[in-house]
Design a protein around this ligand. Structure first.
Ligand SMILES: Cc1cc2nc3c(=O)[nH]c(=O)nc-3n(C[C@H](O)[C@H](O)[C@H](O)COP(=O)(O)O)c2cc1C
Ligand code: SF4
Length: 162
């Protein structure tokens, strides 16, 4: 059954305190095991803060990546305003629990009659998010996307005892 996380903490980054504690304990024991933070991670600034504050070494974004499979690409291209943000209603998880193909309510009824749209087995929803294109993006002569020139979180060297 789809549900909304409605406690005072809300859906955003709700596991971060626990993740930081786990990571500190691992580092305190002298291990370098990378720690992944997940749960309500939905934006570049938030993800970057998690990495920069040494809360985690890697971030995971499940529902935000389903809501907008292109979200990180949009951010890289400076099109953060185009990101389709997850509403954390858990409609998708409800489908999974009923053993139905998982789609997102933000896009699965859009353009159902367009040519070439792949549908779910019951033909009621689109199986894949609509394609995103941005005509203003600089595309190199070989068709490659512009390279990202901003901060690269994964290149950051962990500090001692982090
Ligand atoms: C469609 C869907 C199915 C999931 N199935 C499982 C599961 O079988 N087992 C599990 O431990 N977590 C499951 N999860 C939870 C995710 O692994 C993850 O912990 C959760 O979505 C939090 O990350 P997010 O806020 O980035 O989505 C599922 C989540 C979604 C959206
Ligand atoms: S259905 Fe879409 S908007 Fe709703 S929780 Fe899942 S990914 Fe987010």
């Amino acid at each position: 059954m789809p549900s909304i996380i409605s406690d005072a903490f809300g859906p955003f980054g709700r596991n971060l305190e626990a993740t930081a504690r786990v990571r500190r304990a691992i580092r305190g024991a002298g291990h370098e095991t990378p720690v992944v933070a997940a749960g309500g991670i939905h934006g570049f600034r938030q993800a970057e803060d998690i990495l920069q504050s040494a809360t985690a070494d890697i971030i995971g974004a499940a529902r935000q990546s389903l809501a907008d499979p292109d979200w990180f690409k949009k951010v890289r291209l400076g099109r953060g305003g185009d990101v389709r943000s997850c509403e954390y209603t858990n409609y998708c998880e409800g489908l999974d629990q009923k053993h139905k193909m998982v789609t997102c309510k933000l896009w699965d009824r859009h353009g159902l009659d367009e040519t070439g749209v792949r549908l779910t087995p019951d033909n009621k929803r689109r199986a894949l998010a609509p394609q995103w294109s941005y005509s203003g993006a600089r595309i190199d002569a070989d068709g490659a996307e512009p390279s990202y020139t901003g901060p690269v979180a994964s290149s950051r060297k962990p500090q001692a005892n982090e």
